[in-house]
Write a protein of this length. Structure first.
Length: 485
């Protein structure tokens, strides 16, 4: 009898589910992409000036390759990035968080299925006379109960569906955070590798400069001893040597810090980091760089999409808070047996069953439901402004990088011109010295100036490389391809 009635009740669930056609609260819609917006007042530049044998061209609308670091054409750099992608702890943690959100979403779907439970309970009971409806003393007996229950919550106002929508938005958020972690990891590895290569190159150039200055010092000391030069000349050169020698430990410390950071990025301790032979001269500056339109950038940057996912979650939470203000209906059914002898639990005379709906109608909660919904609306409005701020910051970063690359090319050309001029001046001084027209100290001075120009050139070249990396990051780094793979 029970099973027949319970079956009839459960068969009514699909009919009642048909009533769940709508869900209270706003339906989320992705923000419209910006129209008529540009990164710079003069528009996106077509290219940079030609400097150090290369010119960077900017192409609109072409998607980035998600392995953008390969554009530097360095096997050593590619190897460093691959090691980091395999061992980095932050990336693995991000991937675990993504799996966690996906599992929570799968768990959330359980609310749309009947909840079935079975139970077995044995108790020692002492009853009072009033419980028995008699004036006789109470009794002590065993009570054993075996039962099965089925319940189903009708989502009449869509609160559960909105909760599931919020969980889906959380999965999207974690997916975009994972993409952002991937992007920032690769960018940090490339930038740190470039910085280390630059520090080592600067150390080498500075050591060569110090060696030349020491030769210059010997000449000056000989001239001072011979009375042909003032002692102040010797002191000036010695001061210059000491200053440059003092810069070496600073550069070595920076190189060590870069190596230690690479160890962290690779997921190993500093004593086990595998250092590459990457040098600035072994890299090729990317010449062709795709640039997304502002209307496409909002679909290309994982941080923007993560902010949109939070906005979606906040919108769904309004629906959850709104649904909580309406009645909730649950269908319940149960079947069981109860007896004072455990051995007779299966007896037909001990069976009982229940079936029927339960309705919970919120009448008065002291304004808690109203203000909870209002707080959800406030949170949604805050998420809208946070999204807007993220988009504006992204546009600003792209604009900064485009401007920086233009200025980097100009600066690098100027530093290269200065280096070339210093090299020519050194050649002329060497020719004059060989002809007996100038003394050797003039040659050494020209050599010092050349090496100083070379160091300035290395710094300008490094800046151009790193600003190129920054542009790839600002454009989203091709994260869509990361998810596709």
């Amino acid at each position: 009898m029970f099973s027949k009635k319970l079956s009839i009740a459960l068969l009514g669930i699909p009919i009642l589910l048909g009533l769940n056609a709508c869900a209270v609260g706003p339906d989320f819609k992705s923000p419209d992409p910006p129209q008529g917006v540009n990164y710079l007042k003069g528009g996106i530049p077509e290219n940079t000036i030609f400097a150090n044998g290369s010119q960077q061209d900017f192409y609109l609308g072409t998607p980035l390759d998600f392995k953008w670091w390969m554009m530097f054409q360095s096997d050593s750099l590619n190897s460093i990035v691959d090691k980091s992608l395999q061992g980095n702890a932050s990336l693995k943690a991000s991937e675990a968080s993504l799996r966690q959100s996906q599992d929570l979403l799968r768990a959330g779907y359980g609310v749309f299925f009947p909840q079935i439970a079975v139970g077995l309970n044995t108790q020692r009971v002492s009853s009072a006379p009033s419980q028995l409806g008699q004036s006789s003393p109470g009794s002590i007996f065993n009570l054993s109960t075996a039962s099965a229950s089925v319940s189903y919550t009708l989502d009449l106002f869509g609160g559960e569906r909105r909760q599931l929508e919020a969980l889906r938005a959380q999965v999207d958020y974690q997916r975009y955070i994972n993409a952002a972690t991937y992007l920032m990891l690769t960018a940090n590895v490339v930038n740190t590798s470039i910085a280390r290569a630059a520090y080592l190159a600067e150390i080498n150039s500075t050591e060569e400069l110090i060696a030349l200055e020491k030769d210059q010092l010997k000449v000056a000391q000989a001239q001072v001893a011979g009375g042909t030069a003032a002692y102040a000349t010797e002191l000036t050169i010695q001061s210059l040597i000491s200053s440059n020698e003092a810069s070496i430990p600073v550069l070595r410390q920076k190189a060590s810090q870069a190596e230690h950071l690479l160890a962290v990025l690779e997921g190993v301790d500093p004593s086990h980091v595998e250092l590459s032979d990457l040098s600035l001269s072994s890299m090729v500056l990317p010449a062709n760089i795709p640039v997304s339109l502002p209307s496409d950038l909002v679909r290309s940057r994982p941080d923007i999409l993560a902010s949109e996912a939070l906005m979606h979650q906040a919108s769904a939470n309004i629906g959850v808070a709104t649904a909580n203000m309406f009645p909730s209906v649950t269908l319940n059914g149960g079947l069981g047996t109860a007896t004072n002898q455990f051995s007779s639990l299966s007896g037909p005379n001990q069976q009982f069953w229940i079936v029927g709906p339960s309705i919970n109608i919120p009448v008065f909660r002291g304004g808690a439901l109203y203000f909870t919904r209002k707080a959800a609306i406030d949170a949604f409005q805050a998420s809208q402004e946070n999204y807007r701020q993220t988009v504006l910051a992204a546009f600003s970063q792209v604009a900064d990088c485009l401007t920086a690359l233009e200025n980097d090319a100009k600066s690098l050309r100027g530093q290269l011109d200065a280096k070339n001029a210093a090299r020519e001046a050194l050649k002329l001084q060497q020719i004059s010295y060989n002809a007996g027209l100038v003394d050797y100290i003039s040659v050494l001075i020209a050599d010092v100036q050349y090496h100083q120009a070379d160091i300035a050139f290395l710094q300008a070249l490094t800046q151009r490389y790193q600003d190129t990396v920054a542009l790839y990051v600002a454009l989203g780094g091709g994260w869509q391809a990361v998810n596709a793979n």
